[in-house]
Design a protein around this ligand. Sequence first.
Ligand code: IMP
Length: 429
Amino acid sequence: MSNLVIVGMQWGDEGKGKIVDLLASSADAVVRFQGGHNAGHTLVINKKTFKLSLLPSGIVRQKLSIIGNGVVLDPIHLEKEIREITNQGIDINFSNFVISSDCFVILPIHRYIDSLRENQKKGSNKIGTTGRGIGPAYEDKVSRRGIRFSDFKNIEELEEKFISIYNHHNIWIKKFEGKEISYENDFEKILKCYHNLSKYIDDTWLLLKQLNDKNKKILFEGAQGFYLDIDHGTYPYVTSSNTVAANAFTGSGASPNYLKKMLGITKAYTTRVGNGPFPTEENNDVGEKLGKIGNEFGTVTGRKRRCGWLDIVMLKKAITVSGINGLVLTKLDVLDTFTDIKICTSYKIDNQIFEDYPSSMSSQQHIIPIYETLKGWKEKTKGITNFKNLPLNAQNFVNRIQSLVNCNIDIISTGPERNENIIINEVFN
Ligand code: IMP
């Protein structure tokens, strides 16, 4: 048994898509277990770019791709994404793509509420959501109002569920908008999507058990990143699901016994989209430069990402809580032209030094980062595939991170192409 979970260690956009794609070549199946089409994974294969939001990254390699029960799924979006990826020459059929029948459905009203709420919030109270209905869909799930694919077996009962969801939300919508949203059109639309998607729907927990029993290799693909986790992240500036590695089990029905390797992905610096604390943010020329070289624009929303230095305090918590036993350091080449490179090693809050990430929002907003400054390498590392070929200062940077977080860096990504990596340890064999 050598299954693997891959999760982001920061605020998402760590380059997980590329790493999942790289490792998917050794996998038999790739599983999404949380989030929805708020995620955005860009894969560059033979200079061809694939943009995925909901489909597991393994689909591009024609691996068995599974959407687990922990995902909230917008059927209208999924149909569109399937069409786009199919038009790029990828074959998607019921033998290589399976959706859990326990998956909760994002309805058009969820997307509507998401935008409405964000528009009502002022300034820094805005979360900066992707506006895709993720939060409202998870809320309905937890409130036991939600609709799952398995509910489509009984159309009469399904319609009643639709009516009760729309009635529930219309109380609030009417108060703010002076009008109600009728369910009929949306019901027809979603029903039509379901008929097109039903060939993919199955009991995925059982499929995972069968795969594991046959010693097939399963890769669990996380979306977003540790600090967007609903419990462990920078609440309330988070997404609505658990992004930690442990959710690979609850979000897919896989047993915790299936897993032994938890791989954490971190950039060589930090980025964030949306509002919320960001202790090492460089809201200046340095941040601009990181963003420009790193092409830091959101895959889903196109928003400019906030940029700053690598934060070891944050990384240590993410490693601990997710049980990470190997790291991937991405975008090392983005730092190639910097004379000095900073790493945040501790925090000062109200004149006290902290080695661990504080949980209160007010402390998080008053962090003064304490940095260690390393010499830059001022040489091209893009495309290097051997650690010994890295400039000495780049090697020092990598080694320093490893010793500060006490965790191996197994892979270093040195460019967007699939083969631009330094494989230090084989993680999936
Ligand atoms: P939501 O997930 O759309 O509700 O957005 C909540 C927060 O998570 C916002 O700050 C988003 O920008 C952020 N977010 C959601 N998905 C991603 C992602 O895939 N990458 C980076 N940030 C994300």
